[in-house]
Design a protein around this ligand. Structure first.
Ligand SMILES: Cc1cc2nc3c(=O)[nH]c(=O)nc-3n(C[C@H](O)[C@H](O)[C@H](O)COP(=O)(O)OP(=O)(O)OC[C@H]3O[C@@H](n4cnc5c(N)ncnc54)[C@H](O)[C@@H]3O)c2cc1C
Length: 375
């Protein structure tokens, strides 16, 4: 171990989107921060790479600018299941499809400009009485933030692990050089495996596959979606397959003493709603505010509030994912009621409150899901 001892107000372990957004939010409040990141840029990760409209708004408020030649505009979502198709547009603002390497570069440039100290290639090895120990020495800090992803070591070191439940699910993604054929994220539903296609610019799409069950590789999983295979015919892959999982990681709490967790480290359920990035950005703002107010209990409350809707949506979608007949009735219901689908999407991206669904919306959904409705 090296002998360097650095001192700062906050040390963030993990320089992915959650860690960099936290650093930016802290700097916006005049708080000194050091980010230690084990890898070196360009930092990539298995991800569907769709940033929901509310996440795009958070990026703008952090002053993060993306070059429009480097992303795809996403105007809505399309569900496909065999012959069934249902689609809806986002209420007012687009989502963006952005390669993770590009997002990482934009976030790190902005964080460095804002005065965050970014230490690439520096892995945190443990916590100490003063702060965080890395291979280069010790960084002493008043606050420690674990932004170190799904398998967070900070979560483990600080005794914040919870117990994960449910059927283990995994994700893998790959890119293909092909002009996007849609300005929607397409979700191809299948039994125990969904495919997500994200437009990433004028000549590339990302394909993310989420599945449960036995280990599988990208080509095997893709074959489960013949309609997508024929869409991709002749398209050259532009990246190797990159996977992640199991996805479900729970926490006992998101803060303890002077340690707080953010992003996937703060607990993750599933990628089925494609909003891990947006949620991480919302949490980052809440965490910086709590640190500025020296009140991590306020952060716990905010995370509970922020997580409620995504967790409910994930639970509902995982329920239908495992039940093909219910899933098909859901898609038929959404196809027959596009305004209802659009309202659900507006709620998902936090533009409308859950109550905007109304009694009629709830009844339409409930009746549509009953077996007799389509029998
Ligand atoms: C298949 C798949 C598809 C997805 N699709 C979407 C989508 O379309 N839209 C969306 O919003 N979200 C999506 N997500 C979720 C999204 O990818 C995550 O929520 C997001 O990456 C969380 O960011 P993070 O910064 O918390 O974690 P990460 O991106 O995992 O970053 C953690 C960082 O911590 C570093 N680190 C780890 N340990 C240490 C250590 N000891 N010392 C120093 N550094 C360390 C790692 O190197 C890494 O860079 C998807 C996830 C999967 C798996």
């Amino acid at each position: 171990m090296g002998g360097r001892v650095a001192e700062t107000e906050v040390v963030v372990v993990g320089g992915g989107p959650a860690g960099l957004a936290t650093a930016l939010e802290l700097r916006q409040r005049g708080i000194d921060v050091v980010v230690v990141e084990a890898s070196t840029p360009p930092v990539d990760k298995a991800c569907g790479e769709g940033i929901m409209p509310d996440g795009v708004a958070r990026l703008l408020s952090m002053g993060v600018e993306l070059d429009e030649r480097q992303y795809g505009r996403i105007r809505g979502i399309r569900y496909l299941d065999g012959e069934r198709i249902a689609e809806a547009a986002f209420p007012s603002h687009c989502a963006l499809g952005v390669r993770r390497t590009i997002l990482h570069e934009a976030l790190s440039e902005r964080a460095a400009e804002a005065g965050a100290v970014l230490a690439w290639g520096e892995r945190a090895l443990g916590l100490s009485a003063r702060g965080v120990v890395t291979a280069r020495g010790e960084i002493s800090a008043r606050w420690i933030v674990g932004a170190d992803g799904l398998s967070s070591a900070v979560r483990h070191w600080s005794g914040l692990e919870g117990s994960s439940r449910g059927h283990p699910r995994f994700g893998v993604r790959r890119h293909f050089l092909i002009e996007p054929w849609s300005d929607r994220v397409e979700v191809y539903w299948g039994d125990h495996c969904e495919a997500y296609v994200t437009p990433l610019g004028s000549d590339e799409v990302g394909v993310a596959l989420l599945w449960s069950g036995a280990k599988a590789n990208f080509p095997e999983l893709l074959q489960r979606h013949p309609a997508l295979v024929s869409r991709l015919e002749g398209a050259e892959p532009s990246s190797p397959a990159r996977g992640k999982g199991p996805l479900d990681r729970r926490v006992a709490s998101v803060a303890k003493g002077r340690v707080a967790l953010v992003g996937d480290a703060a607990g993750y359920r599933d990628a089925i709603t494609g909003e891990g990035l947006s949620l991480a950005f919302h949490q980052a703002a809440a965490l910086a505010e709590a640190i500025a107010g020296e009140d991590l209990v306020a952060y716990e409350r905010q995370v509970a509030r922020l997580d409620t809707l995504p967790n409910a949506l994930i639970a509902a979608l995982l329920y239908v994912e495992r039940r093909p007949a219910v899933r098909r009735r859901l898609i038929d219901t959404l196809a027959a009621n596009p305004a209802l689908f659009a309202r659900l999407l507006a709620i998902h991206v936090r533009e409308q409150p859950v109550t905007s669904l109304g009694v009629r919306g709830v009844l339409k959904l409930a009746v549509g899901l009953l077996p007799s409705a389509t029998a």
